[in-house]
Ligand binder design. Sequence first.
Ligand code: NAD
Length: 357
Amino acid sequence: MDDIRVALWGLGAMGSGMARVLSHRKGIRLVGVVDSDPQKVGRSLRDVAGIEDSDLTVVASMDEVGEGAADVCIVATSSFVSDVKPQIEVVLELGMDCISIAEEMAYPSMADPKAASEINLLARKANKTVLGTGVNPGFILDTLVIALTGACIEVESIHARRVNDLSPFGPTVMKTQGVGTTPEEFAAGIEDGTIVGHVGFPESMAMIARALGWKLDGIEQDREPIVAAQERTGEHIRVPAGRVAGCNHRARGFIGDRKVITLEHPQQVQPSAADVDTGDFIEIRGEPGISMEIKPEIPGGLGTIAVTVNSIPGVVAASSGLVTMADLPVPRNLAGDAREILKVLRDPGSPGAWEAD
Ligand code: NAD
């Protein structure tokens, strides 16, 4: 069986990390890398992403990668359906499956039902699969929650929390979280949409509901400033006392007036300064009740790179159309040969499949 051929569209922090992983994964071959940044186009992948033994050059458009040149293309360019839909369309036209890490693509009908339906129809027509994934949304506050409900006889309600440290992140994230603003500026930023907190709660909620067969009647969200009592320092920012160190974003999903899903994502610079322990926490109330703690939290960058790369065989094996993480097999690490993993996912009961064991 040939290697699974992968193209990467978007060579930023996430795309470059994926390129490094993909370059050394057995049974996978990175065949093309695309970015629109003139500082990257025309340079070798070795230069741009530090991959010593790569002979790939960054190109400006997927057309230069070529029709049918890859089995799957990972799109790591933006957070929003409106930005990535045209890119997904190009990928499908070129005859490739598509994995997007845009937060809204984890469940795109929440942001844009028409776009989701169009992507689905296009993917069906092309006989290809489109998946949105990442660490959050895509794994911690949805896929992991769904997997745990599999050990419950009854689920009354779900409460999941991701408490993380914003210290390593750059200016874009600080801006969208309102870090460094006064509480008044934070309130104004929420009002005018320049401060958004986490992108992905409606997507995670919809994914959980779809998986459990729940119909949510409503979703409420609120965002509160986390104000520093004393100075906080991140890698790229200093937050004086009295200024906003982060955003506590919460969401609640209802069936009738019953609150069935609560998701929380307090993100702040240097949480240790306020004696806050970071971690991922899932509480399921039901029979049996389940309580899970991961301390510290699964790191956002490495987690996203891993979940995305590890989803490749599941996407290649899937039939066609727009799918969510809840519709694919449990994500697993590609420790062995990815082609062997793909073979099992494609046809676990194929004649002779068990004979070698
Ligand atoms: P980044 O800003 O470091 O990189 C984005 C790259 O895409 C840049 O190199 C940019 O030049 C390139 N790009 C943008 N538009 C392009 C276009 N039209 N054509 C070609 N190249 C284009 O961002 P990142 O940290 O790598 O993250 C990428 C996106 O994924 C962000 O929107 C981020 O919010 C999202 N993300 C989602 C998750 C998740 O859990 N779902 C996790 C991490 C990142």
